[in-house]
Ligand binder design. Structure first.
Ligand SMILES: Nc1ncnc2c1ncn2[C@@H]1O[C@H](COP(=O)(O)OP(=O)(O)OP(=O)(O)O)[C@@H](O)[C@H]1O
Ligand SMILES: [Mg+2]
Length: 292
């Protein structure tokens, strides 16, 4: 795709890059902690990059095992510096494996929901100035159903819900889907079954999720795929590398590539709101549910 920097844009899209193909904004979430959100986000991102796409990953997880740590990268600055006006977005972005761009958000965006109006505007502006096209914008969300997690999911175009075959994971994933569908109007969810013993177990886990959501909620639940429980994931963590990089032929790496191929098959959003600054607008102008 050619990047036309000089093309004039309509006034309504002020600052919008003239990228003819809108970015696909995908939130990776799950409700429960430790189900593999960060691992999936990082490895699918790398797999998509390897397949020739421009990928940007927003680290919206404040936990200790964040994307940078997982990939053995170090960021001196993060989104808080952009918000304070001390750095541009381009300056804080770090390059990960296969050229994937990572926006370090950890600790800098402790409370996205509480940004001042000036900070909100600054954030939208910053994302309007990103250089070059972005095909996929992946968001690694934190565990739980805090206002920030809800807002990231609500503002994304697609929500990937990571589930493990254990009651707490199924219950938490269901609670998250319920809140997002009932209170935020999110209708479509993609299920990834992580740490499964077999392909069949992944399907069965999806069927369980489908049965309970179909009965009580008005949502479309799709099966994106499964990642096996794979010792190589843990070995890669110890090496501070992504498993897709360190052990590309391992069972989980094959699974991540399959997920990337499935995501590649999704239809592109044909709307102007597919630009990153519009995502940021949706994000910062969310009306958080006070009861959360
Ligand atoms: N498919 C897998 N096979 C084996 N181990 C896995 C797999 N997926 C994730 N893990 C391991 O599970 C642990 C938790 O993974 P990860 O940090 O990706 O989860 P998370 O959902 O992002 O957690 P948090 O809620 O803390 O952000 C890590 O030690 C990771 O190596
Ligand atoms: Mg995580």
């Amino acid at each position: 795709m050619v990047w036309h920097k000089e093309v004039a844009v309509p006034a309504a899209m002020t600052m919008a890059p003239a990228d003819p193909e809108p970015v696909h904004v995908i939130a990776v979430t799950g409700g429960k902690g430790g189900v593999g959100k960060t691992s999936i986000c990082a490895n699918v991102g790398i797999a998509l990059s390897r397949r020739g796409h421009e990928v940007m990953l927003l680290d919206a997880d404040l936990g200790l095992a964040n994307v940078e740590v997982l990939l053995g990268l170090r960021s001196e600055r993060n989104l808080s510096h952009v918000l304070k006006g001390d750095a541009s977005l381009e300056e804080i972005i770090i390059r990960g494996p296969a050229g994937m761009r990572i926006v370090p958000g950890a600790s800098g965006i402790a409370r996205m929901a509480n940004l001042s109006v000036a900070e909100q505007a600054g954030l939208v502006q910053a994302f309007s100035e990103i250089l070059g096209p972005v095909d996929y914008f992946l968001i690694d969300t934190a565990a739980g159903i805090s206002t920030d997690v809800i807002n990231f999911n609500r503002a994304a175009q697609e929500v990937v819900v990571v589930v493990c075959d254990e009651p707490a994971s199924i219950t938490d994933a269901y609670a998250l889907i319920k809140v997002l569908s009932r209170d935020q109007g999110v209708e479509r969810f993609h299920i990834v079954a992580n740490m499964v013993a077999s392909e069949q177990e992944g399907r069965e886990l999806y069927n369980k999720m489908w049965a309970v959501t179909d009965r009580f909620l008005d949502v479309v639940l799709r099966y994106l795929g499964a990642i096996p429980n794979d010792e190589y994931v843990r070995r890669a963590v110890r090496k501070q590398q992504a498993v897709t990089e360190a052990f590309p032929r391992s069972p989980s790496a094959v699974g991540f590539s399959r997920l990337a191929a499935a995501i590649e098959g999704w239809p592109r959003p044909q709307v102007v709101s597919g630009h990153l600054e519009f995502f940021m607008e949706r994000l910062v102008h969310a009306r958080p549910d006070e009861s959360l």
